[in-house]
Ligand binder design. Sequence first.
Ligand code: V1D
Ligand code: CA
Length: 575
Amino acid sequence: MATGPAQKHRVSYYYHEDVGNFHYGPQHPMKPHRIRMTHNLVMNYGLYKKMEIYRPSRATFAELTKFHSDDYMEFLQRVTPDNFEELTRSQQKFNVGEDCPVFEGMYDFSTLSAGGSISAAQNLINDKSDIAINWGGGMHHAKKCEASGFCYVNDIVLGILELLKNYQRVLYVDIDVHHGDGVEEAFYSTDRVMTVSFHKYGEYFPGTGDINDVGHGDGKHYAVNFPLKDGIDDSTYKRIFQPVMRHVMAFYQPEVIVLQCGADSLAGDRLGCFNLSLQGHGMAVEFMKTFNIPIMMLGGGGYTIRNVSRAWCYETGLAVGEELDDELPYNDYYQYFGPNYRLDIPNNNMDNRNSREYLERMHMKIVENLRNMPAAPSVQMHAIPSDLDRNLFESDEEEDPEERITQSMSDMHRIPSTELSDSEDEGDNRRNHRDYGRRSSHLVSINPRARPVNPTVARLFTIDSPATSSFTDEDRDTDEQPRPPRNGLATHHHQLPRFARPPPQPDSSVSSTVGLEDEAENGMDVDESDTLSQNGAWISNGGQRAPPMMANGIAAGETTRGDAGEDALHYETGR
Ligand code: V1D
Ligand code: CA
């Protein structure tokens, strides 16, 4: 697939003002407040002028159970810190505990996260935007029947299931430092979704994501895992990410991309162990954008919360094509960003434990796997361009020189002390290294972006139980098929239908050359009248007025949607 000249993208952005109020508990590294900090930076950089901001509606029980089991969702709905012990005496615990504590509003929090990703998917399907962002999503560890790794509901799987109603092939890319196990597992047996995860592997949560885990049955070769060691830096990450993703794009020809932008792969993350700068992390966003197909951008991990908000704000800027000043604008959480008050996140001096030989070996295995990939649904095959066979380290481009960081101290805003606990949160070199059992003729195609909607497809999905290592026999649905082994473990089956849609026709306007091209500016269809007025009211494209905004930039009251699901006021109360 060709990368094209940079185009201006229509961006939709999902944020709910309640999301920052949830707390996992005082000692817990996951801080939903980081989403509010991100939003505040986004607003103060003026990015709201460049995109449509939506308040997502909460996912309903019926929507959640498109993937999750009824009993698990009922449990999440019922359980509170007060009744937890009593409830779990009679019921299973669904893996809630230290990593996934029962906290006040846990179900509500999860419905907001999932609601954002489902709405984002629908927005892309309805061709209202080219990029849809939900920083409150990206909860890639949640399983059908249990919580895992700070994740209760897998908004990504739900978002992808929504996308599959319209798109033939969905590509999931995961740059969180942890393996995207929940998403991989959910789609391990289908070729309708290809999953690619870059992650730390070896003595690290969740312990999965071996190079040899490539999918099963119809899904064989449609899972890609790039296991990494500590300390990967910008140039090394770019040298593996770009060729792998070029190959994947060329071989799979996805119609839509879901990019999980977990920010725990940044340098200095409290739980992470990579060494990516702001630009090194954002490279993944920039690179995936060059393929000019719809993208859903999601959050994920990220535990040095001042850096999480920096990165996701920067990446919102990348999505809308806006370069952001390194000097941070004044914002509600300004004091988090001292002493330099800059956007930049520099690399640090940690060792890069990923040798060239190791990375070459992993890369070759992945390419070999991709060459064995059978034709994905409706993909037409063509001769592969030779530049896909390039050696990983052949081009030795220089990284952009880092910008110096200098900035004087400035005024402070008052913030809740519990949310300012970065000393407890950050910089104390805690890593989640614990003991984990290890679970453990080239072709390329041309893909025009035809996207007919097939609403009946949704009803055809039958999602059977994904297995997890902690499943007991009683947990499983009785009507399940026997599971083939996956690295010694049982796995699951999804019967995702192949579309009865004619294969895409080669499009002469789409070049089959694969490689990065220079970005050129095209006009973007942005209505500059879309503004947040001084008195805090949202003025929509059509000049209509939404309810008053609160300081965080979200309307205080709820509006009703227009007919036919139109979001006349650019935020929604239902789908
Ligand atoms: F440090 C902690 C303090 C309190 C509670 C939990 C933790 C903690 C740190 N690291 N928990 C972990 C990881 N869990 C374990 C457990 C030991 N058991 C055998 C498992 O090491 C979980 C790390 C989760 C990472 C989540 C994520 O960043 O990938 C994410 N992505 O999207 C949302 C979250
Ligand atoms: Ca990952």
